[in-house]
Design a protein around this ligand. Sequence first.
Ligand SMILES: [Zn+2]
Length: 308
Amino acid sequence: MLRVVVLGAAAGGGVPQWNCGCPVCLAARTEHPELKSTQASIAISADGAHWFLINASPDLRQQLIATPQLHPRAGKLRHSPISGVILTNGEIDAIAGLLSMREGASFTIYAHPKVLSILKANSIFNVLNEKVPRQPIEEDKTFEPTLPDGSPSGIEILPFAVPGKSAWYLEGEVHAAADDGAGDTLGVRVRDKATGKHFYFLAACAAVKDDLRSRLAGAPLIFFDGTVWRDDELIAAGLGNKTGQGMGHIAMAGDNGAIAALAGLDIERKIFLHINNSNPALLHDSAEREIAERAGWQIPADGTEIVL
Ligand SMILES: [Zn+2]
């Protein structure tokens, strides 16, 4: 049985974002606290006892407190059910949570060599001591993360490249690893080895091309980049000068948006993740929310658990 817990569904900044007075952030602070959401991350487990995080958001501490499955086991003085963290990119909202895991538990970090090089180049991550091995992963090559005692987890991960861009804070910088775009943005397929049940996780994706459409066709479940509703949303709302594309994220709407590009593929359950607070589809009574739901998409609340 494959268990998935949505620890957070929001994009960088969360909902509400500390310095934002947009309609969604304002509503989350006042009459609609149910809109509150932490930054995107999920936890997965094949046995219900050992868990792996996919990305470690800056809100990780809050997410762990809110998730009983990830609490230390009763009777243990020091313990965490978290056996590993799989990183799909090097953005702050995917890696900063590692700094909240510095108190000496043993787990493994799995990431593309490019992301590992970012961690290595930033000495603050050295607070994760020798108990935290860093395991490189390769595109198009499956791996099985292990439990702290070295035994297999029963979960098979297949990382694959998706259109994206390098981390925001590295724009214009000489990268510690190669600067060819490889390893910037990964999608992953997560599969329970015992049952064959699987799902896809793509928290960032700049475009849906035919190869991705065929990969996702017929999937039982996908988590997909829902950062913005429309490409120029931040600019139109006066919130910033970046487009969705400029940040490496496909829009939900429009002819080339995720809703249109992933329609008709016989995907059983489609869930948007990494949703920016500027996105009007977050508002329950918005026209955008209705369009997304009519197209079969869900916007999850933090803490949503799914069993496959
Ligand atoms: Zn906002």
